[in-house]
Design a protein around this ligand. Sequence first.
Ligand SMILES: [Zn+2]
Ligand SMILES: [Zn+2]
Length: 327
Amino acid sequence: MRATCLIIAFLIPITGSFHLTSRLTLSSAPFSSYARPHSARLSAATLPPPPTTKTVVTVNESSQDFVFGLNDDLVRERGRKTLVLEGDDLTTKPYQILLVTFTFLIQFLLSTSAITSIFHSHASPLLSLLLTTTTILTTYTLADLGSGIFHWSVDNYGNSKTPILGNIIAAFQGHHTAPWTITERGFCNNVHKLCYPFGVLLPGLSYFMGNTGVGLLSLTLFCWFEVMSQELHKWTHQTSAETNKTINWLQKNNLILSRKTHNKHHTMPFDGNYCIVSGWNNGWLDRSGFLRWMELRIWERNGVESNSWKLDEGLKERTMRGEFRPE
Ligand SMILES: [Zn+2]
Ligand SMILES: [Zn+2]
């Protein structure tokens, strides 16, 4: 049941997009200006800002067809602060600090309660420790896969007008156009948007419905890792001089998302390497062709094309022929 709920949560932006997104005329200029070639030397997954440095990207959202970064309404004005969305702000606001603090506090209390319950349920502390450790590692791996499916859904479907997730969708799609802005965000500014879909609602409800132990721990940690995915993502866009030694060591040993792995996502048409927690699931997920298969099912059922299709006609044609695996 829990897995079903999570899958439904991932599909919210997709269902929202069925009514709001229609086919667009492709303008790939904003992407092609900044897409990094595969062979480029890697120091961070972010290209430096354009030479004029400070840029504001304003958008005309009057049309329901608007998909951030994919149409000609994108206007770059020189000489102003680096923002992605009109109304977006890189400075951390008190409400963002409050939201993140509240979310993390509740998630910490729920996790502590779940671990206590595990230790009370088993006579052997060693068995409890083993169960807790296994749950944490399994959830960390599943959260990476979850981040990939969520990232794929918001990159490819919906727009800023999509109910509930509109801001997140605009932020993810806009990130392809101006990836460096994430490095200028403080922690709470960066992660607070994910507190809405992955905050305390699901684990909190689960707790009050009597879920304890392994079930509560995995659900709570899953949500926490999803919120943290944006910070893990941010570290890949910073240079090793900007992140501390521990983060660099974890990235180097592939224990968290590495710069090298995430860099592969920032290449047109942004059709792979979506997982942004550890990146462990990117290889098999992309090789399986599962996401292409999903895109075809969505198109057959609703006539909605993924944004990756709009950016790459060849990808669209291959997927429509049933060739789901990468070439
Ligand atoms: Zn993306
Ligand atoms: Zn990125």
